[in-house]
Ligand binder design. Structure first.
Ligand code: CMP
Length: 148
């Protein structure tokens, strides 16, 4: 069955046109349908809200700052098993692990650090719904899925 996920190309990758292009190509090569796409810049408060669940972690300030440091690109992607499949393309969060265990993954190829790790992807249908409406408030997941 068709599933939606939210994919984000983070500021470190958007800053490099060739990397941005490679990531966009990876989306198309993997047969994702691009349902929505937009470029945006977060205020610090958007970043804090989106990552609130990490607010106690040592990397929170770093993460919040980074994600509001420049333009990023958000996609709503559709595919069979989209959530799992996009996370598989991204590879592990930590750059060390990505480099050594999944060098062909997007983070394995382009990730700079554990924070500047190129991409984000929803990790469950619940977070996909939350994250899609965070980035695309006018988009209705259920309505879209019913229409398809
Ligand atoms: P993301 O998938 O967007 O979800 C949470 C983000 O926190 C993660 O990608 C990384 O950018 C960041 N993050 C997670 N773990 C660490 C870590 N150990 N050190 C620094 N940043 C991290």
């Amino acid at each position: 069955v068709l599933q939606l996920t939210l994919a984000v190309i983070k500021p470190d990758a958007v800053a490099h046109p060739l990397i941005l292009q490679e990531l966009h190509k990876a989306i198309l090569d993997n047969k994702f349908m691009i349902v929505r796409c937009k470029d945006l810049v977060w205020r610090r408060s958007d970043s804090e809200r989106f990552y609130a669940e990490h607010s106690g972690r040592f990397f929170y300030q770093r993460l919040v700052e980074f994600m509001s440091s420049g333009p990023m690109r958000a996609y709503i992607l559709a595919r069979e098993d989209a959530i799992h499949h996009w996370r598989e393309q991204m590879g592990p969060t930590k750059v060390f692990r990505a480099r050594y265990t999944s060098p062909a993954s997007l983070r394995g190829q382009f990730g700079l650090t554990d924070t500047r790790n190129t991409t984000h992807g929803s990790d469950s249908p619940e977070s996909a719904r939350r994250e899609i409406s965070f980035f695309f408030p006018d988009f209705h997941v259920e309505e879209w899925l019913e229409r398809e």
